[in-house]
Design a protein around this ligand. Sequence first.
Ligand SMILES: C[S@@+](CC[C@H](N)C(=O)[O-])C[C@H]1O[C@@H](n2cnc3c(N)ncnc32)[C@H](O)[C@@H]1O
Length: 542
Amino acid sequence: MTSLHFKGRVFVENFHLGVPFHELTPVRSKGLSKKASLHDNLIVEGDNLAALKALLPTYHGKVKCIYIDPPYNTGNEGWAYNDRVNSPLMKDWLGKVVDRDDLTRHDKWCCMMLPRLKLLRELMRDDGAIFVSIDDNEMHRLRCLMDDVFGEENFIATAIWQKVYAPKSSAKYFSDDHDFVLVYARDRDTWRPKPLPRTESQDAAYRNLDDDPRGPWRPNNLAARNRYSKGVYAITCPSGRVIEGPPRGSYWRVSEERLRELDQDGRIWWGKDGNNVPAPKIFLSEVKQGRVPQTLWTWQEVGTTQDSKREVVSILDFDTSEEVFITPKPSSLVRHMLSIATDKDSIVLDSFAGSGTTAQAVLALNKEDGGNRRFVLIECEDYVDNVTAERVRRVIKGVPNVKDEALREGLGGTFSYFKLGKALRKESMLDGTKLPSYERLAAYIFFTATGEEFDASKMRPERWFIGRSRNYDVFLLYAADFEQLKDMALTMDIARKLSRGTRDKLVFAPTKYLDQEFLHRYRITFQQLPFEIYETVDRLAR
Ligand SMILES: C[S@@+](CC[C@H](N)C(=O)[O-])C[C@H]1O[C@@H](n2cnc3c(N)ncnc32)[C@H](O)[C@@H]1O
């Protein structure tokens, strides 16, 4: 298989596997939800590599549509690769800010992207798709990386977004009028695009010149260029005019017999005087209700870069003269992708969130079609609160003085704000000097097993209960004392006590003394405590 080689590739190839899980700490004051939850709309503050990994327990295989708009690597963005790659040689090279003079800036960009793309793939549903904005700086390298990570058989399209409505006449060579959007499916055989709503201008091409009871139609061309063995014959029009055959180099697209059948069914238009080349009618009622997505996305349909700046400025009350710090995308562009690639209850992820355009697009589409899509946004820069989250707070509540009525009213919805917390490392918990406290182990286990926020106040250690997740009541049989721990097991007696209530139970314990049949009867899923616990117990006992 063809594969892209770049400096540093060997160091980052499997880097995503070693990234530790981090806690996600709720910051209630910054969200718009009564109770912060990882199952709400989300804004996560932090680097997206660690954040994507932290989201894995909750969102593995659940994301229907990913949109990312990573740095284009123009040499002017001032980004620095800051993943903790351990090789000292690599650290020195990778850590420097990437500018135009950096001859290895493309290698660094690939080092940054590869592990993130791998994690993004893990998060996708089998019928999911990913859309990536890019321009000519990295387009060809991105295409190779995407082929590597998603498989070239899952390539769907390269869409061209016409991002300006007028050419830049001051351009030295060519006016740069478009960006690309690369589209890949997680599995091309499973993914299908949604048809887009038909436009008024498309429907206007259908008329009913002969009052056909089947409704409006448009004439099709009878001649086609594809060779067709039954497609050469003379036709006599109702007026008596004889057409000797199709135009040179073309063929009638139906046989003589089929043309007669269509005519008998009133499906052929011969013109008002019955003298035209016959045209098969295409009825509006018989064409697909929607429109197939196209690879050319015009500014009229999805907006321009100017529209997007105006949009952000009007929502965030920026002074128009103020430089809009990032290059936002129009929310109509992201909405276009959502229309192609989401259902009403889909989860949408954007791990390079910038000004939060994706959140607005999700909420706007929900408001329009009564959907319940959810967004997950990740942003690492300082402006994550006063720009990314602030935009979302404002569009939810309503933005006065904007033209768009829905936006003025407020798009509605909630979101929870999380900050990337400490790394959860079993090694540091089980460092051999003492066993972790009940609460510390409970927090680690609850989070890594359910992906949900651990709330210590809900814990009832006297009955082993450590919390309730969306799907389970979770229990932990454990004590930070190795003498007690040695004798601890899930027994029939304990199983009976835990089995009160109708919910499924997830039980962590050193071992169990009952078989599968009883576990099933008591709706218990048994999980053995991490092996490292015993190593620590052994060390302490020595
Ligand atoms: C081109 S902007 C995205 C703009 C966005 N589509 C919008 O419409 O506002 C790229 C964003 O990705 C963020 N970013 C870059 N590297 C990141 C990382 N490692 N983790 C999280 N965010 C990152 C940058 O801070 C920047 O805000």
